[in-house]
Ligand binder design. Structure first.
Ligand SMILES: [Zn+2]
Length: 268
């Protein structure tokens, strides 16, 4: 499932190719995604110039002239360039941009492609999202403020999307390990010092993943496999029973139905 780093890699991969270009044509082959594709997407976006490609949480925002395409990759979505229009199975949408097609492929159809003429920040899909972890405005103070009335565990709080967006299960485990915080610590007990360490750790872990994706993906044009799935060597995630760098042993348990990995020696 594409997480924030994967989506950021997709953004960095497609932006240089499409920004400043005009959408020459749009082919919609399947409208039944998690949300139906906006009716008349072709008429609404054809001839429009692409101004910018941004990301908010796991949403890609393709800014056009006074409107925006909001794209989510769902569970299995990919975006890639192809010299040919979409014809293969699961290739639901194709935008002809210059001499390439930007293809939206999504076998499970859990993603969405929505067009909006109002500011994306006010769109129902985006308006309730928590702070952006990589933004300079997300720091220990903001995090502490958001956590101080939360009775749930810190790991659960990080996953809910209101405290901060885009910190999925892997990144929550890794960030807590980096910040030396036990995943079951009640969120409201995380004070200023640990909040600040945790906010920094979240940024470092996400940047590490983005860098790993960036080095894996060399050429985004015409590369289907480049649309953003990559492996990072994690410190605790997926390493139950193996040694931690501190000399302890990584443990695994279920927390709200999700696997949590941590080191009881260095996370307290
Ligand atoms: Zn350890």
């Amino acid at each position: 499932m594409p997480e924030l780093p994967e989506v950021e890699i997709v953004r960095r991969g497609i932006a240089p190719v499409i920004v400043g270009q005009t959408i020459d044509d749009v082919i919609v082959r399947e409208r039944r995604l998690r949300l139906p594709v906006t009716p008349q997407l072709r008429q609404k976006t054809r001839g429009q110039q692409i101004r910018e490609v941004r990301r908010r949480g796991k949403y890609l925002l393709i800014d056009l002239e006074g409107s925006v395409l909001i794209i989510h990759l769902g569970m299995s979505g990919t975006l890639y360039f192809s010299p040919k229009p979409p014809t293969r199975k699961h290739e639901h949408i194709g935008w002809k941009i210059g001499d390439v097609f930007l293809i939206y492929n999504d076998p499970r159809r859990f993603g969405c492609v929505v067009w909006s003429s109002s500011a994306p920040e006010t769109h129902p899909l985006l308006c309730l999202l928590g702070p952006e972890p990589l933004s300079p405005t997300f720091d220990g103070i903001v995090l502490r403020q958001a956590l101080k009335n939360k009775r749930t565990s810190i790991k659960t709080a990080l996953l809910n999307g209101h405290i901060v967006v885009g910190v999925g299960n892997i990144y929550a485990s890794e960030s807590l390990h980096k910040a030396s915080i036990h995943p079951q610590t009640p969120a409201h007990r995380i004070g200023n010092v640990r909040s600040s360490r945790l906010a920094d750790s979240i940024k470092i872990i996400l940047h590490q993943a983005i860098d790993a994706g960036g080095s894996t993906i060399r050429n985004f044009t015409n590369v289907e496999q480049a649309s953003g799935y990559f492996q990072v060597q994690w410190q605790v995630y997926g390493r139950g029973g193996q040694p931690c760098t501190c000399g302890g042993t990584v443990r695994q348990f279920k927390q709200n139905g999700r696997s949590t990995y941590y080191c009881p020696r260095c996370q307290r």
